[in-house]
Design a protein around this ligand. Sequence first.
Ligand code: FMN
Length: 358
Amino acid sequence: MKDFRTLTEIAKAARENLSDGDWDYLIGGADTETSLRRNRAAVESWVFKPRVLNNVSQVTTASTLLGTPMRMPVLLPPIGSIQVFSSGGGVDVAAAAAEFGILQILSSACEPDFEAVAQAVPGPRIYQLYLTGDQAWMDDNIKRALDAGYTGLCLTADTQVYSRRERDILKRYVPLSGRTATTGTSFNYQASMNWDTVAHIKQNFDIELMIKGVMTSEDAVSCVEAGVDMVYISNHGGRQLDHTRACIDSLPEVSAAVAGRVPVVVDGGFMRGADVVKALCLGADFVGMGRLEGLAMAAGGKEAVRRALDIVEQEIQISMALLGAPGLEHLGPHLLERQQPLSDSHALSAFPLLAEGY
Ligand SMILES: Cc1cc2nc3c(=O)[nH]c(=O)nc-3n(C[C@H](O)[C@H](O)[C@H](O)COP(=O)(O)O)c2cc1C
């Protein structure tokens, strides 16, 4: 593996290593890709108002999520077909996450499957299950996940049907296992998922449940009332419904509605440590970094994911020190204000030096 010192180098190596089809699968979004760009534009539109003279000689970023110690407030979201970026697939991500000390959420649309990943890498983990069968099928899968040692279950609620991703359609690109959940060709169990599904899981299984794809305070309150253990704000990285609000813009209302009763996670456009810190200031407890995970896998598998996490940690610690915030509890909306982004936002605008040929 190359000696990556910056996330920019990781993004560059990923582009060099991937075919055009795999690159577009990773980077692209649905339809006009407006949700995708808006996620980034909104992250870029929040700017810091730093405080000084606060003694930041020690900066701490550790906390716990669902009983698991987290070295920093970042988690690795589910990425379907992650094995197309590096052949170890979910095993590589699980190993990097466990070594570093944060949680991974493993997609059910991946190879090797959840049982093989759990066998290869011990440690607490979360399983994201796409429903491709009836209730008996779902129950069997949850039981098998519990038996394999998964402590959390993630239901992705924003994928009722599979969207139209024009980059993939134009290239006639089909990732190895990514389309099984929601092809829509037979009865679509994902589309029929509803609040009864949530109640059934809570009544029958002792597993921490998170709903991914919440974008409003109304749905966040329904989650908490239904006993959901973690509310996960996401628009699937702009890959599902086009023209949504940006995920970071759902944060203030969702975190106010949840009011600390369960952890709030957000993803969508967070590529750098400073981006993570912005989300924490606006009320997130944890931040998912999906495309960064995919870029790092493509750049060099497990070792590059591990390296990316080290760099993100450094960026978070430096941003917090320079903001005058020695701990997570010092972060809040008082440290931010909104301004026009400086340039046209897009999936890779977190790495402006790429355009200069670095
Ligand atoms: C290549 C790719 C595959 C994905 N596959 C899944 C999946 O199988 N299940 C899921 O819940 N989300 C999936 N997502 C969405 C991510 O979990 C996450 O919500 C998104 O990447 C966050 O946005 P970001 O990429 O801007 O960080 C996928 C995202 C990408 C980029």
